[in-house]
Ligand binder design. Structure first.
Ligand SMILES: *[C@@H]1O[C@H](CO)[C@@H](O)[C@H](O)[C@H]1NC(C)=O
Ligand SMILES: *[C@@H]1O[C@H](CO)[C@@H](O)[C@H](O)[C@H]1NC(C)=O
Ligand SMILES: *[C@@H]1O[C@H](CO)[C@@H](O)[C@H](O)[C@H]1NC(C)=O
Ligand SMILES: *[C@@H]1O[C@H](CO)[C@@H](O)[C@H](O)[C@H]1NC(C)=O
Ligand SMILES: *[C@@H]1O[C@H](CO)[C@@H](O)[C@H](O)[C@H]1NC(C)=O
Ligand SMILES: *[C@@H]1O[C@H](CO)[C@@H](O)[C@H](O)[C@H]1NC(C)=O
Ligand SMILES: *[C@@H]1O[C@H](CO)[C@@H](O)[C@H](O)[C@H]1NC(C)=O
Ligand SMILES: *[C@@H]1O[C@H](CO)[C@@H](O)[C@H](O)[C@H]1NC(C)=O
Ligand SMILES: *[C@@H]1O[C@H](CO)[C@@H](O)[C@H](O)[C@H]1NC(C)=O
Ligand SMILES: *[C@@H]1O[C@H](CO)[C@@H](O)[C@H](O)[C@H]1NC(C)=O
Ligand SMILES: *[C@@H]1O[C@H](CO)[C@@H](O)[C@H](O)[C@H]1NC(C)=O
Ligand SMILES: *[C@@H]1O[C@H](CO)[C@@H](O)[C@H](O)[C@H]1NC(C)=O
Length: 773
């Protein structure tokens, strides 16, 4: 509007005064003076009304330079335009530097000119306020709302606050208007709102308003830091921390780790976005205290949170090891993990069969403790590392190096025809030793023979890994008997073994024996020969028969005992004379028979005492249906028909307290404690009986506890099996009875007829006899 007015004014001026187009220099040029806002445009015309005057019109700029006419190309800041008798000046956009005097001249005589018109322009920048439209003031403090002015020569500032109406603000107790803003004293919450800063430039009459929204700042306050999923977590999990805070304006956040940071390592393993920070994959190193700082212009707040990262155990060092015997070694199982793992090392031996081996206390080693290595330490070790999170194991093998060692540094080996002998130089050694054999011969051969054999053996053992020397002995083979030496050698040392390879023979005849007889058995004491060239005696063979049979047959009974057994014959006839001869036996064969011995069995007698199958003569019975068993007694020549059990309550041995039962040999040989009263002590006597009478008594004392009788259960699994067994037994019994009646066979028949056999009436005690050679 102003611009248009100015242009119109120019036009009016120019039309009014432009006729002064003569060369009368004394005529002062017309002057137009004005102030113009930057960026507005200028258009001025200059002409002579008097067409007779010769004209050459030009515009000069503020530096008296001719302003060119418009030409093709980029548009200049200012230019002129010629028409007939007219020249116009164009300035499309004014700027402050363009302020000054522009002149229109008539260059009528080649360089000599006169001015027609002057145009003085004062270009000013429009007033402006450069401030944020939203500003913050601090509660309780004196704060300034900024409204800074630019390019204003003569400003007049007014402030208004927008409530329902517009209220002008003046400097008073509450407010103070200053050149660059408005100071509000002792800010309260009510001071928030919309303010208008109005500036009037008195010089150019320009006015500008600025709406400012004012908010009252509040210091940040952190409510909490939320850890998702938790502030204690396991390595590998993702973690998000969120700092929940408020404040006006909304605070800015910074995150940091305050503890447990290794110097030099910038562990920014995390990502931050405003009030959140997160780990995609926490590690043990991320444990520590984290701090969130919320900050705005009103102040800042901090809060910390401790993050705990649990790390599953990991065995970092537990590897195969090789050590020499006698050295001090450590079996080390290094682990990492949080909480610190429990570590145990278990020795499981040379076979890596964990399942089939129970480890003993001795097998459990302390981590890091030193052991003085011996060969038994060789084998697999397992390290177990466990903490709350996991358990891991690792296996290692400890190899023990040792110089060769022979369990038997000298050995005698027997050979005989037909035998294949392995002479061994096997030793305990690691690494595997080299073997050297030597044949040392014996005293019974010629020098030539010896050299021949030595060469033979050297040929057989030329390889350094000949651990065995195998010799097949036939009747014709060269007799390689003699002394041998083998040397096992590895880089830790050597060991020598001496082997005497000797011809072995069967044992010589037995010279001496004695025996002890009962009615049906005989036990011998045999004096084995003490002189023996050959492997040890492994057994004794005997040939025996009733003396009366020797005239009738050459075939007699024989029996072989292993050397460690009792030399006992049984099932002999009572009161009978027997002949017997012995021979000792070893690996080579059976030695010669001894001369014949004879011995006599005794008359039948009362049986031996039965023997209770109990650990102590005093028995505690604490279970229902407990049975006490005994072993069948030796019958001493006449079969036992029954056993007699006598049990006396409270051990009072009289007719009243004692009860007696007979148990046939066909029944089970046992006392079922069911027949005894609970909470009572009994003295129990057991006798075996045969045709000859009763045996000596076998006594035990039985304490029966106060038993609680359980209510009889409805058929249990055990009862069902019991019934099934009973049914089967009943069926067998019926079958047996049928056999008895029909064919006089079967178990019952056997017992019946056996018991009725005739017996001789002899009553002899065991006696010792010296057998005559
Ligand atoms: C104007 O003067 C210049 C030298 O100043 C001369 O070269 C030119 O010819 C003159 N022109 C006229 C029209 O006189
Ligand atoms: C600020 O204002 C509060 C409440 O209006 C008043 O209690 C306090 O005294 C004032 N402080 C000053 C310094 O004027
Ligand atoms: C977490 O980091 C460890 C070590 O950098 C890596 O072995 C593991 O695979 C990572 N786990 C996940 C879920 O990314
Ligand atoms: C850690 O950061 C500091 C500066 O922030 C830098 O000078 C230094 O080289 C960084 N160290 C590593 C190991 O990146
Ligand atoms: C580690 O050993 C200690 C003491 O022997 C025991 O109390 C604790 O429960 C063990 N921890 C684990 C994870 O086995
Ligand atoms: C450790 O020794 C065992 C047994 O000799 C073997 O099987 C295993 O391969 C060895 N392990 C290493 C890493 O050498
Ligand atoms: C067997 O070895 C021992 C020592 O180990 C030695 O005293 C003894 O003489 C050796 N016997 C023979 C028959 O070489
Ligand atoms: C043993 O040698 C004799 C003569 O030296 C010979 O007659 C016999 O066949 C040989 N026997 C064997 C098994 O070589
Ligand atoms: C064992 O014999 C081999 C081959 O003859 C040889 O290379 C090695 O050095 C020998 N080792 C020892 C400990 O003598
Ligand atoms: C031992 O007796 C059995 C028969 O009872 C007979 O076959 C065997 O040849 C006998 N042995 C000896 C060495 O007489
Ligand atoms: C066992 O017997 C004793 C004395 O004979 C008696 O005092 C006690 O009460 C009895 N106990 C039970 C459980 O019957
Ligand atoms: C135990 O045996 C003896 C004979 O050795 C006998 O006199 C005694 O009566 C027996 N005791 C009982 C309780 O039967």
């Amino acid at each position: 509007m102003e611009c248009k007015l100015a242009v119109l004014f120019v036009i009016l001026l120019s039309t009014g005064e432009s006729d002064s187009c003569n060369n009368d220099i004394s005529n002062s040029p017309t002057l137009i003076e004005e102030s113009k806002r930057a960026t507005t445009s200028v258009y001025l015309e200059c002409y002579c009304q008097d067409s007779k005057v010769k004209t050459n019109l030009k515009w000069l700029d503020i530096n008296n330079k001719v302003i060119e006419t418009l030409r093709p190309g980029p548009k200049p800041d200012m230019y002129t335009e010629r028409q007939t008798n007219k020249i116009s000046l164009h300035i499309p956009s004014l700027s402050k530097t363009m302020s000054g005097v522009y002149k229109c001249i008539n260059d009528h005589n080649n360089g000599s000119y006169y001015e027609i018109q002057q145009y003085k322009v004062d270009v000013y920048e429009p007033p402006s306020i450069r401030e944020d439209s939203t500003q913050f003031i601090s509660l309780g403090k004196d704060s300034k709302i900024k409204c800074e002015l630019f390019a204003i020569s003569l400003p007049m500032i007014t402030w208004h606050k927008k409530t329902e109406d517009l209220i002008q603000i003046f400097t008073d107790d509450k407010y103070k208007i200053v050149s660059d803003g408005l100071i509000i004293k002792n800010v309260t919450q009510e001071d928030a709102g919309n303010y208008i800063c109005s500036v009037l430039d008195l010089k150019y009459s320009e006015e500008v308003d600025m709406d400012i929204t004012v908010e009252v700042m509040i210091e940040p306050k952190i409510k909490q830091i939320v850890a998702n999923p938790d502030r204690t977590l396991i390595a590998g999990e993702a973690l998000t921390l969120e700092c929940i805070a408020d404040g006006v304006p909304y605070p800015e956040f910074t995150w940091s780790k305050v503890t447990n940071t290794k110097p030099g390592v910038n562990t920014t393993n995390w990502f931050v976005l405003s009030n959140k920070m997160w780990f995609e994959n926490v590690t043990g190193e991320d444990q520590g205290t984290y701090e969130c700082i919320a900050k705005n212009n009103a102040g800042e707040a901090k809060q910390q949170l401790v993050i705990e990262v649990l790390v599953p155990p990991q065995i970092t060092e537990f590897s195969n090891k090789t050590v020499a015997v006698g050295s001090n070694a450590q079996i080390v199982c290094n682990t990492i993990g949080r909480p610190t793992p429990n570590v145990s090392i278990i020795f499981i031996g040379k076979d890596n069969d964990e399942e089939f081996r129970e480890s003993t206390e001795d097998d459990i080693l302390n981590n890091l403790s030193f052991i003085t290595v011996n060969p038994s330490h060789e084998g697999f070790y397992i390290c177990n590392a466990s903490n709350e999170i996991d358990i891991v194991t690792k296996t290692m093998y400890l190899t023990v190096l040792r110089k060769p060692h022979f369990k038997e540094p000298n050995e005698t080996i027997w050979g005989w025809i037909g035998k294949t002998v392995n002479i061994s130089c096997e030793s305990e050694a690691n690494p595997k030793p080299n073997i050297t054999w030597r044949y040392l011969g014996n005293n019974e051969q010629t020098v030539d023979e010896f050299h021949m054999k030595r060469q033979l053996i050297e040929a057989m053992t030329s390889e350094p890994d000949t651990y065995y020397l195998t010799i097949d002995i036939t009747a014709n083979s060269t007799k390689l008997y003699g002394y041998y030496e083998c040397i096992a050698k590895n880089n830790l040392g050597e060991a020598i073994k001496q082997i005497y390879f000797q011809e072995g023979f069967v044992p010589p005849p037995i010279k001496n024996a004695s025996g002890e007889t009962t009615a049906t058995s005989a036990s011998f004491e045999i004096v084995v020969p003490d002189y023996l060239v050959g492997p040890p005696i492994i057994g004794i063979t005997c040939e025996y028969d009733e003396a009366s049979n020797y005239g009738i047959t050459n075939i007699h009974k024989n029996r072989t005992w292993s050397i460690d057994r009792d030399f006992k014959l049984d099932k002999l006839k009572p009161k009978t004379t027997y002949n017997i001869k012995f021979a000792a036996q070893n690996e080579v064969g059976v030695g010669e028979w001894s001369a014949s011995f004879f011995f006599e069995t005794m008359k039948p007698s009362t049986p031996n005492s039965p023997i209770w199958e109990v650990d102590f003569p005093v028995v505690n019975v604490s279970k229902l249906n407990q049975v006490l068993k005994w072993k069948a007694a030796d019958d001493n020549g006449e079969p036992i028909d029954y056993y007699t059990l006598r049990y006396c309550q409270n051990c009072e041995i009289d007719e009243e307290s004692c009860k007696k039962i007979n148990i046939e040999t066909t029944n089970k040989l046992q006392l079922n404690t069911n027949i005894l009263n609970a909470n009572t002590t009994y003295c129990v006597e057991l006798l075996a009986h045969n045709q000859m009478g009763n045996s000596a008594a076998a006594n035990i004392t039985v304490h029966v506890a106060a038993l609680v009788v359980e209510p009889t259960p409805t058929l249990s699994a055990g009862a069902i099996i019991g019934i099934a067994v009973a049914v089967v037994l009943l069926a067998l019994l019926i079958l047996d009875l049928i056999l008895l009646i029909w064919r006089r066979q079967g178990i019952i028949a056997n017992c019946y007829y056996k018991n009725n056999r005739k017996r001789k009436d002899d009553n002899l005690q065991t006696r010792r006899q010296l057998l005559i050679q």
